[in-house]
Design a protein around this ligand. Structure first.
Ligand code: 13P
Length: 260
């Protein structure tokens, strides 16, 4: 039987939420997550102003919380930016870095993403490093070159020990918010490629690092994706805003491990 790794399901709320709605969502997710087995980790990455609310409502429970970006700087005159250490002060565990929406709308380079990964690690956060190709790149047969370049830039900036402390999320840009998921086989192929890239840096890290898939993960496709050998869970956008959907995806992680 294939080796089983722990599973991790993280919600990325993006720029959604209001205090009253968040309260209902966080309480429901927290309650539902209490019933999950230990080997399924759960997290939610909220907009920064809601960190204190996440901390107050999730503290002591099964659901970790985090942010969707951090500054490449530790502190200073960088108007509008949020330092990783600030998020850590509110008990955050995770920081998404290099999400394709940041790369596309804020022109974040692979080098900048590598620096942000370092800042997150220094603050004690687990960076969730996002990589992924556009549809044009996929159709040109460029997927491995693009995600290889994105991950290599980050790995070049990290020691083998730090490499073991990151999470990697493969999010094909064409599957985000479009309702088009990569097939489980397409996703697995890229995940295996990423695992091999990690192994070239450190075998031990490759074994430890959780590789999440993101892009239109929903309750009805999650289990099949999570059953793949190198898919250790998901980074969930739209479906993380509905507690029943998000919890159903967490349950899919349980089911996937049961049949693997
Ligand atoms: P959707 O699940 O809405 O496609 O978003 C995926 C994503 O970008 C998570 O970071």
């Amino acid at each position: 039987m294939a080796k089983q790794r722990a599973k991790l399901v993280v919600g990325n709320w993006k720029m959604h939420g209001r205090l009253a709605d968040n309260k209902v969502l966080l309480q429901a997710v927290s309650q539902g997550a209490d019933a999950l087995p230990e080997y399924v980790g759960v997290g939610v990455c909220v907009p920064c102003p809601y960190l204190p609310q996440a901390q107050a409502l999730l503290n002591g429970g099964r659901v970790a919380w985090g942010v969707q970006d951090v500054s490449a700087h530790a502190q200073g005159a960088f108007t509008g930016e949020v330092a990783a250490a600030m998020a850590a002060e509110f008990g955050a565990s995770y920081a998404i870095v290099g999400h394709s929406e940041r790369r596309a709308y804020h022109l974040e380079s692979a080098e900048l993403v590598a620096t942000k990964t370092q800042r997150a690690l220094e603050a004690g956060l687990t960076p969730i490093v996002c990589v992924g190709e556009t549809l044009v790149q996929r159709e040109a047969g460029d997927t491995e070159r693009v995600v290889g370049m994105q991950i290599d830039e980050v790995l070049a900036a990290l020691s083998p020990d730090d490499t073991a402390r990151i999470v990697v999320a493969y999010e094909p840009v064409w599957a985000i918010g479009t309702g088009k998921t990569a097939s489980a086989e397409q996703a697995q192929a890229v995940h295996a490629f990423l695992r091999a890239r990690l192994a070239a840096k450190s075998e031990a890290a490759a074994e430890r690092v959780a590789l999440l898939y993101g892009g239109s993960v929903k309750p009805d496709n999650a289990e099949h994706l999570f059953r793949q050998q190198d898919i250790d869970g998901g980074l969930i956008g739209g479906a993380s805003l509905k507690h029943l959907d998000f919890l159903a995806i967490c349950q899919a992680a349980v089911a996937a491990n049961a049949v693997r």
